[in-house]
Design a protein around this ligand. Structure first.
Ligand code: AMP
Ligand code: GLY
Length: 421
């Protein structure tokens, strides 16, 4: 099969690598890819927002199957467009993708289908929102409705901060806004729960714990993710059953009631309190860096799983996992998530001594004359799988130490909730 993967992050490097291990994969393209994806795929320099160019390339290259990594093309309807051209594509269509594209769309589904989530209000203008905030309890959470690259969520400790958040959102910080969402602050432990869906059936696709804050001890600004581990330390049989019955099934039914069948990854961001799950948000794709930490645990042929989903035949497949602990640390450019420098040479990558349980997935990197340079805030993902989170972290930190890249920083405490108790 000829496969084209869309995206350029660590997630897409992990996807390309895992697909390349399938005997069914004869050729992989990555649009546009990074220095890491070029190890197993041919990078094709096309802007992922240029659907026409992508479509023409897919036809010309005789691509048999397309895997869409990031949310933006999904929310903008790339799957609808490609399916119209009879191109096989793994990912949700436009209505389904609203689960990530509009937080208000998701909240309305939660209300209608009785899905546990934080109590919320939707406000159409600054005045109504500020009036509501005068009699609210704090902390409270203020959210922009649409895609905001993880930046549209404000946890506000007092009315002043909440008012400022409302003003920023209505002021257009995340594009034109008709509504703002204000919801109760949920206390508990977070978990990422993934399922893979074929339009009729779904299967669990592991759990993980992300670390979104930039500094150790979960301090500082929110980022795309500084590291992750899998499985989550919180998951158990009872909790999983509740997540599936109270959250996943009703959501898939809601999408069906809206006239679509959900196909692709569905990522539920959850808050767990007293072994009860609450939905914080949905994403309609794999997480990044969760994908990098989850895929090395997968035993079953990944391409076969994706292909079965596209054919509506996921039910016939058993998805098997290694009984190991995976941990990922993201190496970032100094200054991220604020100002940082690009184009800095990364030496030593080739000198790293990786064994079969170690992985280095590239994110913001590019190749120039055989050398590798930084090209983004999150640059490299180091992953190890072993019999314990602790051993995995020790190995990852040793490898990063050997990389010894002076322009970088990273969190040394990834996994602290399951390691340093
Ligand atoms: P989101 O982009 O919706 O995942 O939000 C980013 C982060 O904000 C989440 O990972 C949580 O840590 C936090 N968050 C969002 N909504 C809530 C909430 N209602 N209560 C507590 N924390 C929240
Ligand atoms: N790691 C968080 C996300 O992918 O949205």
């Amino acid at each position: 099969m000829i496969i084209s993967v869309i995206g350029s992050g660590g997630r897409e490097h992990a996807i390309c690598k895992k697909i390349s291990e399938s005997p069914q994969a004869s050729k992989i393209y990555c649009i546009p890819g990074n220095a890491g994806t070029s190890e197993t795929a041919e990078n094709i320099e096309i802007d992922i927002n240029n659907f026409d160019k992508i479509k023409n390339f897919l036809i010309k290259s005789k691509t048999d199957l397309v895997v869409v990594g990031p949310e933006k093309p999904l929310v903008n309807g790339i799957v609808n467009l490609l399916e119209k051209e009879k191109i096989k594509v793994f990912g949700p269509k436009k209505i389904s993708s609203q689960l990530e594209g509009s937080k208000i769309f998701t909240k309305k589904i939660c209300k209608k289908y009785n899905i546990p989530t934080a109590n919320f209000g939707i406000f159409k203008n600054i005045e109504d929102a500020i009036k509501f905030l005068k009699s609210s309890n704090f902390p409270i959470v203020v959210k922009a409705d649409g895609l905001a690259s993880g930046k549209g969520v404000y946890i506000c400790e007092n009315a002043y901060d909440a008012n400022e958040a409302v003003k920023e959102i209505f002021g257009g910080k995340f594009g034109e806004t008709k509504n703002v969402l204000i919801e109760d602050f949920l206390k508990g432990d977070e978990m990422s729960f993934f399922v893979i869906c074929d339009g009729k059936n779904f299967k669990k696709f592991q759990t993980a714990q992300d670390h979104k804050r930039v500094f150790e001890g979960d301090k500082g600004k929110n980022t795309g993710g500084m590291g992750a581990y899998s499985p989550s330390g919180l998951i158990n049989f009872n909790l999983e059953k509740k997540i599936v019955d109270k959250i996943i099934r009703p959501t898939l039914k809601a999408i069906k009631d809206l006239g679509e069948n959900y196909k692709g990854f569905l990522y539920a961001g959850l808050m767990i309190k007293n072994n009860e799950p609450y939905l914080i948000e949905y994403n309609v794709r794999m997480g990044d860096p969760e994908c990098q930490t989850i895929l090395p645990l997968l035993k079953t042929d990944f391409l076969k799983i994706i292909n079965s989903c596209c054919d509506g035949k996921l039910d016939n497949l058993i998805i098997e996992w290694k009984d190991q602990k995976s941990l990922c640390v993201v190496v970032c450019s100094k200054g991220y998530p604020e100002k940082f420098q690009n184009n800095l040479k990364i030496d030593n990558l080739k000198k790293l001594n990786l064994d079969k349980n170690d992985y280095v997935f590239h994110a913001g990197t590019k190749k120039n004359n055989g050398d590798i340079f930084s090209n983004g805030g999150r640059v490299l993902n180091f992953v190890t799988i072993s019999s314990s989170y602790k051993k995995s972290r020790e190995k990852v930190l040793k490898l990063i130490n050997n990389l010894n890249w002076s322009n970088s920083f990273f969190r040394k405490d990834i996994g602290f909730k399951v390691i340093d108790k």
